[in-house]
Design a protein around this ligand. Sequence first.
Ligand SMILES: NC(=O)c1ccc[n+]([C@@H]2O[C@H](COP(=O)([O-])OP(=O)(O)OC[C@H]3O[C@@H](n4cnc5c(N)ncnc54)[C@H](OP(=O)(O)O)[C@@H]3O)[C@@H](O)[C@H]2O)c1
Length: 335
Amino acid sequence: MLRSFLTKQVHFGLYNTSTILQRTMSTVPTMKAVVVKENGGRDKLIYEDVPRPSATLGNVVIKNQFIGKTLSCSFFLSSGEVVELGEGVTDFKIGDRVVHMGGNGYAEFSEVSATSVEKITHDVSYETAAAGALQGLTALTMVKSGYPVAKDDYILVHAAAGGVGLLLCQLGKHLGAKVIGTASTDEKCQLAKENGATYTINSKTEDIVARVNEITGGLGCHAVLDGVGKATFEVSMQCARRLGTMISFGNASGAVDPISIAILAQKNLKLMRPTLYNYMATREESRYWYDELFKLVEQGVLKFHVHKVYDLKDAAQAQQDLEGRITTGKLLLRP
Ligand SMILES: NC(=O)c1ccc[n+]([C@@H]2O[C@H](COP(=O)([O-])OP(=O)(O)OC[C@H]3O[C@@H](n4cnc5c(N)ncnc54)[C@H](OP(=O)(O)O)[C@@H]3O)[C@@H](O)[C@H]2O)c1
């Protein structure tokens, strides 16, 4: 599984090290970055000096403050300050506080397309923005658009103490739903409860389907929000009620096996596999969801739990901790 994370990263190109190595020998200013020179395990995340980027056409350079660590190294959100504008960039000015979603960010500075950047318009710190925006937007779009959660709904959230999971618990409670959270330890279950889960199920020691039936009087959940993927898919389908919705939004345990759509007919289920990008494809959509998110942060509805801030040089350790499932909430890297 790890091999595929890093393979992806090479494709997305944090830094293309073959060209970089030629240029590093010259006198261009350098910066610290985590680069991947070959596919492999977390030991291939190498911290070293690379040329500092400058802004080309349509791009900006951001001085990164915090980088949100995710299991997949190729997709994450970072926060920072705009320090350079490329030709044609009119939406931003030097000094703007921004977030950036995508890749190209395990570094002191990142050159990114201005179209992938948003201003932090509210009274939200860099740390909070990096800690919560990616998972926050994922959770928010799911409970508002994927399945509009209503008061008294039963919502099953897998990995409820994970980054997205904790925020789904908070949002579910805010919307008046009864959140049933699963997690692999009692400590994680407790954290899910503190974040709004009404019920929790220890996924290692309890039968999830039986407990959901017990809690919902045998009816099942109005919606199941599943970021675990392969390991939980069938359980999730069993936990959804007739006419319910199953949202499979992540693959923490691996990709879900192919299915026959005929299984949906058993309960007239709606099955969805969203990605955040498709909710935020235009500037207007992106602005809308960030505004909604930052408002909820300002109102204190959403609180982001930071597990730990790691030095950028310790990115491999952060990766190991995430894979080891010993973390709760968000891991941040600090250049
Ligand atoms: N669709 C989108 O646009 C989108 C956006 C953001 C994230 N995601 C995806 O959503 C999922 C959750 O993201 P997150 O940021 O909340 O991740 P996270 O904080 O790392 O949480 C993942 C949790 O999944 C559980 N898990 C179960 N099996 C696992 C395994 N084999 N390896 C690792 N963890 C496992 C663990 O909780 P327990 O120990 O309690 O089981 C773990 O804490 C990820 O797959 C991520 O890629 C999707």
